[in-house]
Design a protein around this ligand. Structure first.
Ligand SMILES: [Zn+2]
Length: 410
């Protein structure tokens, strides 16, 4: 018996051809199972890809024979249908690959302004040396301002810090960010309300700043630069029996153009070198021209209408924190009276919103809870006897009409 001249089994292919499908297969799987780092990158799921056909076509492309037709080439219709399907699914295979940013409330169409009590209010209760040491930390830096009244509770600081840190890591997908929490104070009033994020890339800074307010079911916080901002809000006037913002605006303008403010501004100019007089006069005129009045629909006991009028200017044209304070204190100390009425009551600290920490409205008139998909604090502080289900939260989608007792600083 003679052995056949040809072997029973095919000889193994040359090493280059044998290795290619294996290498491609491994790397494709590694690529496909990698989570998508950013929104908008529709990573296809493993099941969506006809890996076998892809590898077969790869073999065909690498073959030395030119007359071989791709055996599993898809029709145009099939490929378009597959593309449609991919477009409707973002990382749909597992929850683990879902983009983490999706769970945060989307930015509202119109930016909601937050006003603090003075330019450096964010750094209140923090040791000045500690703030200065923050400036020397590496990389890009930002401040995180947690929402809610809990941030002022010293015992809750470490938990809030942990949640904000986890959110920043999740949003930036960075393993290199640094995070500082200032030392809690002895009481809520002495407790700092900001954390420092550092070692950020410029892109990470921009991602965080663009949305500004990040709200998930776990934590809600606002991100700002470290640069102190001079607030547009100056003071509030209450006690007027009108609901006309224009009428109050005319009254404020009239008062500001009166003799007392003019004397004050003249004295202010005289303390400066003569060469600066024209410039300062122009700034003061621009501040006056930028006057804005906004009415808050606050109530007295018995649901009686008692509107509050907030006074704003464009504060970024004021070149100095001291000048801002000087002007704010001066204007807030003036008497503002509608024709044939008693002067209203002025105050610079009438409110403190315990949701967003702005001082130009009470919690019940905060506009953040009205944002579609809001995950953060609601208008009412949930108590042990209150129903905090989604159904109950929806009841508060319209701000409660407030009494003065509700409106005061808490
Ligand atoms: Zn608010």
């Amino acid at each position: 018996m003679t052995l056949p001249s040809t072997p029973i089994f095919d000889p193994p292919p040359p090493p280059s051809q044998a290795a290619t499908p294996s290498f491609l297969n491994e790397n494709l799987q590694a690529y496909i199972t990698s989570p998508s780092p950013r929104p908008g990158t529709n990573t296809p799921t493993f099941n969506n890809i006809n890996l076998e056909a892809l590898l077969d076509n790869t073999n065909a492309d690498m073959s030395t024979t030119s007359d071989q037709e791709p055996a599993n080439a898809s029709s145009l219709r099939e490929r378009l249908l597959a593309a449609r399907e991919r477009g409707n699914k973002v990382n749909a295979n597992t929850n683990a690959t879902k983009d983490p940013i999706e769970k945060y409330t989307k930015q509202p169409a119109k930016k909601i302004e937050i006003h603090y009590s003075h330019p450096t209010a964010a750094f209140d209760n923090i040791d000045i040396d500690q703030v200065c040491s923050w400036e020397s930390r590496p990389g890009g830096k930002l401040l995180a301002h947690p929402f809610g009244h809990e941030v002022r509770t010293p015992e809750l600081q470490s938990e809030i810090k942990r949640k904000v840190f986890a959110a920043i890591v999740e949003i930036t997908q960075s393993n290199h960010i640094g995070f500082y929490a200032p030392k809690p104070g002895a009481s809520p009033r002495e407790t700092p309300t900001v954390f420092l994020i550092y070692n950020l890339t410029e892109m990470q800074r921009q991602i965080l700043l663009n949305r500004e307010v990040w709200s998930s079911k776990t934590i809600t916080f606002r991100v700002t630069t470290m640069e102190p901002v001079r607030p547009d809000y100056l003071f509030s006037i209450s006690g007027f029996t009108t609901k006309s913002e224009d009428e109050v605006k005319d009254t404020v303008r009239h008062t500001w153009s009166g003799q007392t403010p003019q004397n004050f501004l003249t004295t202010l100019c005289q303390t400066l070198p003569e060469a600066l007089h024209c410039k300062v006069n122009a700034i003061l005129q621009n501040i006056t021209n930028s006057l804005r009045v906004k009415m808050l629909d606050t109530k007295d006991p018995g649901d009686a209408s008692a509107p509050t009028f907030n006074i704003y200017v464009q504060a970024n044209i004021i070149p100095d924190d001291s000048l801002w304070c000087l002007l704010r204190n001066h204007y807030a100390s003036q008497e503002y009276a509608l024709p044939f009425q008693q002067p209203g009551f002025t105050s610079t600290d009438l409110f403190h919103c315990t949701i967003c920490h702005s001082i130009d409205h009470p919690r019940g008139l905060c506009t953040f809870p009205a944002i579609e998909g809001w995950n953060g604090p609601a208008w009412r502080i949930p108590g042990p006897k209150r129903d905090i289900s989604d159904k109950a939260r929806n009841k508060f989608l319209r701000p409660k009409r407030l009494n003065w007792g509700d409106s005061l600083v808490d």
